[in-house]
Every structure is written in C-alpha cells, then in structure tokens.
Design a binder for this molecule. Structure first.
Ligand SMILES: C[S@@+](CC[C@H](N)C(=O)[O-])C[C@H]1O[C@@H](n2cnc3c(N)ncnc32)[C@H](O)[C@@H]1O
Length: 272
C-alpha cells in the first residue's frame, strides 16, 4: 500500500509499548493499520517527517502524550447501552435507599458521556428529582471525549435508544444553526462531576469508599495482569453491598478472588 509516511514494524512496536505503558492498552498485531491512520494526523499537524521523529517529539514534549493517548483510544458508546444495568441500578436504589443516606457512583470509562448521562437519567427518575443524594463522578483518560461529555451536545440520531419520555424530560432540541443536535438539560449536566482519570494512575483521587462502579468496555483493552490490578483496587473501594458493572463481553471469573458474579455482568466485591 502506498503511504504518505514510512511505517515499519518497529514503529508499530514502539507505539504498542508506549500506549501499554501510558494507558494499559494492549494493541493486537492486527491493529497496525488502525494505529497508522490514527497517528498520521499528529505527524502531519506537527510537520514531522516520520514516526521515529514523532517518538523523539513525544520524549521531548510531555504534553504530546495526551494527544497520543487520545488518538489511540476507542470511544464507542451509546445511551442506555446494556440497558439491564440501568434497570438493575434503579431497582437496587429503590430497595436500598433510606432517608438521609448518600451514595457515590463512579463511571470510570465515561467516553463521550452517554453512559454517565444514562446513569444520571436513571437517578433522576428513581428519586423523582434532579437534586439526588448521589455523588456521580464520571472519568476517562481521554481529554477530548471528556470535553464532549461536559458539553452534552449530540447529534439527534444518537438518541435512537432513548424513549420519547426521556427525550422530552432530559434533552433540548437545537434550533437554526443547531438543528439536528440535542443538548442534555443543565440540571442533568450538573449532576455529574467530570474528571480525567487514568485507570493506571497510582492515585485516582476518589477519596473514601464508593458504592457502585461502572467499568464497562474498557478492561477488554487491557491484558489480564492489568485487569486484575485495576479490579483489585476498585474492589477495595467497594463495601460489602457495593456493585461493579462490567461490559457485555468482559468476564472476570478469572479474578474470583476479587469479585464475584451475581447477575448479568454484575459483580460484588469479595471480602477476604
Ligand atoms: C469503548 S469505550 C467504553 C465507553 C463506555 N464505558 C461504554 O461502555 O459505552 C472505552 C473508554 O475507555 C477509555 N480508556 C481507555 N484506557 C483507559 C485508561 N487507562 N484509563 C481510563 N480510561 C481509559 C477510552 O478513552 C474510552 O473512552
């Protein structure tokens, strides 16, 4: 294939090692073309002549790491993806909530925001108001997707999986130059604290215990030792009644010393 930049196996190997170290992401050998197409834009905009020059640039400019990681993450998501988790969450809170009780929920791979907003809609419906007794923290490593999430503006087509009632209650339709777009209502946006957190970071800065962790469709990019390490630390943040939600294709039965499966991709922490 004719390419704008020379791209060798060694270049791909460099990218693999670096993104593994920075974000825990294990790129399969079959991703070599994808890596090229994602990074070529960086080379172009920095006016670099080849990949080795880009690696040197990365070493000399620590701020480029953010662009490098942003370019290599996969951010696929949707509103109410794996809807059974949101039904479970509503039922769980209805059963467990007592007046005066406060909850903490962490959505740890929030991507462009559809997942934390689905959680926020579920909370608003369950408590019947926007001012809910829940601290909802949504994070991602990727700063670009986080800024989309904070804005809460989406093409209307993204609402395919959202009911008419929810569209009316939680979204505003754009007019004139914003036609075809929707924006999450301010009250819902204000329910969420968005933060950048790398799951590999030694300190997530989340303070005391959490009640529920959504960690869906991110661990699939990590190898088993990394999954185990992250899971172990997450489980420590959860009390006995805590819940951990995983993605549809993720299984943590290999980590049954840390979490135990109690429902469809729903786990509870194991107390040792
Ligand atoms: C496929 S999306 C999943 C989004 C959402 N959780 C869902 O299930 O629809 C994976 C997300 O994980 C994020 N991610 C990848 N590595 C990460 C890391 N080391 N720390 C935090 N987030 C990471 C990516 O930026 C991406 O937004």
């Amino acid at each position: 294939m004719e390419r704008e930049f020379t791209y060798t196996k060694a270049d791909f190997e460099q990218v693999r090692q670096r993104v593994y170290q920075m974000a825990g992401i294990s790129l399969a050998p079959s991703k070599d073309q994808l890596v090229y197409s994602r990074l070529v834009r960086r080379l172009r905009s920095l006016r670099l002549r080849d990949f080795p020059s880009y690696f040197l640039y990365l070493d000399k400019h620590p701020e480029e790491a953010e662009h490098f990681v942003n370019a290599l993450t996969t951010n696929l998501t949707s509103f109410f993806r794996e809807e059974h988790h949101f039904e479970y969450l509503a039922q769980y809170l209805r059963e467990q909530h007592k007046p005066g009780r406060n909850w903490r929920i962490w959505c740890s791979a929030a991507s462009t925001g559809e997942e934390p907003y689905s959680i926020a809609m579920t909370l608003a419906e369950t408590f019947g108001r926007f001012d809910v007794p829940v601290q909802l923290i949504a994070s991602d490593i990727d700063t670009k997707v986080l800024s989309t999430a904070r804005e809460g503006i989406y093409p209307e087509a993204r609402l395919e999986s959202v009911s008419t009632e929810r569209r009316k209650a939680f979204f505003l339709r754009g007019k004139q130059s914003n036609a075809g777009k929707v924006r999450v209502v301010k009250e819902l946006r204000q329910m969420i604290e968005f933060r950048q957190i790398n799951l590999l970071d030694q300190n997530w800065g989340l303070g005391n215990a959490l009640d529920i962790i959504f960690c869906r469709n991110v661990m699939i990019y990590f190898d088993k030792p990394t999954q185990h390490k992250v899971l172990e630390r997450m489980a420590k943040l959860l009390p006995e009644h805590g819940r951990f939600f995983a993605g549809h294709s993720e299984s943590f039965v290999h980590a049954n010393d840390v979490v135990r499966l109690i429902g469809r991709t729903i786990y509870k922490p194991v107390r040792k």
